[in-house]
Write a protein that binds this ligand. Structure first.
Ligand SMILES: NC(=O)c1ccc[n+]([C@@H]2O[C@H](COP(=O)([O-])OP(=O)(O)OC[C@H]3O[C@@H](n4cnc5c(N)ncnc54)[C@H](OP(=O)(O)O)[C@@H]3O)[C@@H](O)[C@H]2O)c1
Length: 226
């Protein structure tokens, strides 16, 4: 029987790449986007069920959970994220910019994971969060985009708390660094293409099934320092 994945934030970039790779590998895929009208790339992938969700909308998360009630997910992959005010140091970003960055990158993924947890296969399900090496407190500083890195460090911290509270379970939790990838966010200079990163990410989530625990790894499976 084919496995079922829910990919959150799949209109373009790595989210769309994940849907393509999972679909190619025979997974049943449900994919969420903010605006289904503008999900041309996603609509081109056959057999994908498309759902609407802005991850910062708590009522939208509730509505999605209700629409998916009764399903069992082998993979919940929370990919949606924003770069925030890229060229501004913390002291120059506005309160709204900071609020949107941390709400989208750090808080929304955990709120989603908590709400959708009952749908995740308790024996071998995988919950994957799209983090970044920039969120590593040890390695991130000096890479630039300090506020963005802080939002991913906050995500990592919240994910560790989430994983700790799972208790005895067969669910595996991954904090993933996709590499530096050519997307709208990653820019043209990035060394990796979407397909290479996503192929590696799908290998990691597939291998994680049944292992349990929580790891911070990159798309090749190498462990990263917290
Ligand atoms: N590219 C890299 O080098 C790199 C490196 C490390 C980590 N990452 C992480 O990987 C993830 C994907 O990055 P990407 O490079 O593919 O970025 P991207 O090309 O900018 O795509 C971002 C995706 O997130 C969605 N999104 C943003 N805010 C959302 C919201 N409030 N609700 C729902 N969806 C939302 C976007 O949807 P819309 O089309 O509606 O805007 C889009 O599908 C992010 O979490 C990013 O931080 C990327």
């Amino acid at each position: 029987m084919s496995k079922t994945a829910l990919v959150i934030g799949a209109s373009r970039g790595l989210g769309l790449g994940l849907v393509e790779q999972l679909s190619d590998a025979g997974w049943q895929v449900i994919a969420s986007v903010r605006d289904p009208q503008h999900a041309t790339g996603l609509k081109a992938v056959p057999g994908v069920r498309i759902e609407a969700l802005d991850v910062t909308d708590a009522a939208g998360i509730e509505a999605l959970a209700e629409r998916l009630a009764g399903m069992q997910l082998d993979l919940l992959h929370i990919n949606a994220g924003i770069a925030g005010p890229k060229n501004k140091p913390a002291s120059q970003a506005s309160r709204d910019e900071i609020g949107e960055l941390f709400a989208t990158n750090a808080v929304a993924p955990i709120r989603l994971a908590e709400r959708l947890l009952p749908l995740v296969n308790p024996n071998s399900g995988v919950i994957a969060f799209m983090s970044s090496i920039m969120g590593s407190v040890e390695s991130g500083p000096g890479m630039g985009m300090a506020l963005y890195g802080a939002s991913k460090a906050a995500l990592n911290h919240l994910t560790r708390s989430f994983a700790a509270e799972l208790g005895e379970t067969g669910i595996s939790v991954l904090s993933l660094h996709p590499g530096w990838v050519r997307t709208d966010m990653g820019g043209d200079e990035a060394p990796l293409d979407v397909a290479t990163s996503c192929k590696g990410l799908v290998e990691q989530v597939t291998q994680a099934a049944g292992q349990g625990g929580h790891r911070f790894i990159d798309y090749q499976g190498d462990r990263l320092p917290w």
